[in-house]
Design a protein around this ligand. Structure first.
Ligand SMILES: [Zn+2]
Length: 415
């Protein structure tokens, strides 16, 4: 079987090897998209692909495609892979596990002496994490048609460097954008392995998760304008405190998410800025972020609408002005049920326990799902911790996940 040919030592060597491309040694892995570390890590992966004998190509955003050719030149390929950029001070496995699991899956096929009907392309999608250009999933978003050539010129980093200029500086060809995106060729489907970034698998003692749906974020910016005044000189009844209104709005959001009947929904206020921000001044202005995610797009829309009503009511009662700016509203993905069945069957055949999961975090697969049937395989990460230097996995779980991925890819590539 292909799954038995998966080598943990090789996976570990690659994961440790690429970890050297890091802007913050000793303080987690920092490898933002289009930084020198990112470019170095890209070269590392391409060298692994070349050494394996894959056909390597790139597009004008730096997505990398390492193709293991199939026996039938006329059929659409199967895709796998993930991302190699990290958050600041992140870990070694978010994204990386999926790229190297894909490569190791193909390496196992090569060792087993098998070649499926369809080509298998192991891909590295450029810039999955929220980038300094204010856009996430750059590569997969472009492939799916959710990013336009104009966006490259609209998105700039805090220093004013436009994404378009950065790409030019690095030698990419952003003027080719419309020729390459959205993807012009047909793909049979995509399977991505990723660490769970939650602790459900670990708590259940199960090494493989079959993802049935991926939540997608709706982000808003809420600005509350009250009246700034003296903390001691203004009695409690005379205040129009922007922060207290914002706090009540935040708690209303939490309550709506806690009492929602949706299968999986989260609501987060991750950022709150008060003006002027002094201990002895009642804030005249509060500005906060809102992040709502669900696996069900209708439930998410409904929660945001209910919250808007509450926000208006709270603002009226507290006599403050409020302004809600929608930032983005991505649709969640239902993973391909057939691919889910294939993953479960292959795990059963390998005697590897598995369970179904919903992904709270988004992944490149969320974007790819616009274009092709897509599914994901999760492996546990220690204590559910991710986006942190403490991110850790048990190599044995990755070997099992890779075995299931490899068998599933081979199965789907023979359809
Ligand atoms: Zn990731």
């Amino acid at each position: 079987m292909i799954g038995e040919k998966v080598q943990g030592e090789e996976l570990n060597r690659w994961l440790e090897g690429i970890a050297a491309f890091n802007a913050t040694p000793g303080e987690g892995i920092t490898r933002g998209v289009y930084t020198p570390e990112f470019q170095g890590a890209r070269r590392y992966v391409k060298n692994v692909m070349i050494a394996m004998g894959l056909e390597v190509s790139e597009d004008c955003l730096g997505n990398i495609f390492g193709v293991y050719p199939g026996t039938d030149p006329d059929v659409a390929p199967v895709w796998t892979g993930s991302h190699i950029d990290t958050v600041p001070g992140g870990g070694k496995y978010d994204g990386l596990a999926g790229v190297f699991a894909g490569l190791e899956g193909v390496a196992a096929m090569i060792r087993a002496g098998v070649r499926p009907k369809r080509p298998i392309s192991v891909n590295v999608y450029a810039g999955e994490e929220m980038s300094r250009f204010g856009v996430c999933c750059i590569g997969s978003r472009a492939l799916s048609g959710r990013l336009s050539a104009a966006d490259l010129k609209d998105h700039a980093d805090p220093d004013g460097m436009r994404l378009y200029d950065k790409l030019k500086e690095l030698g990419y060809n952003p003027d080719d954008f419309d020729q390459e995106f959205p993807l012009k060729t047909k793909v049979h489907g995509s399977l991505e392995l990723h660490i769970e970034q939650n602790d459900k698998l670990e708590k259940a003692g199960v090494p493989v998760g079959v993802v049935t749906g991926i939540c997608a974020p709706t982000n808003l910016r809420c600005r509350v304008i009250g009246v700034q005044s003296h903390a001691g000189g203004t009695s409690m009844t005379d205040r129009r405190d922007a922060y207290m209104a914002a706090a009540e709005m935040s708690l209303a959001l939490e309550r709506l998410a806690q009492t929602s009947a949706s299968a999986y929904i989260t609501a987060t206020v991750g950022e709150m800025r008060l003006t002027p921000g002094a201990a002895n001044v009642i804030p005249g202005r509060a500005e906060f972020s809102v992040d709502v995610r669900s696996v069900d797009g209708d439930d998410k829309t409904e929660l945001v609408e209910l919250w808007r009503d509450e926000v208006r009511a709270i603002a009226g009662r507290r006599d403050v002005d409020v302004d809600l700016t929608p930032l983005n509203d991505d649709a969640p993905l239902t993973c391909d049920p057939h691919f889910g069945d294939v993953i479960r069957d292959q795990a059963d055949a390998l005697n590897i326990p598995h369970m179904d999961l919903i992904s709270g975090p988004y992944h490149d697969s969320l974007m790819l799902g616009d274009l092709m049937p897509a599914a994901m395989v999760f492996i546990p990460c220690k204590d559910g911790i991710s986006h942190d230097r403490k991110e850790a996995i048990d190599l044995d779980d990755l070997v099992k996940g890779t075995a299931v991925l490899a068998e599933s890819l081979y199965q789907i590539a023979n359809e």
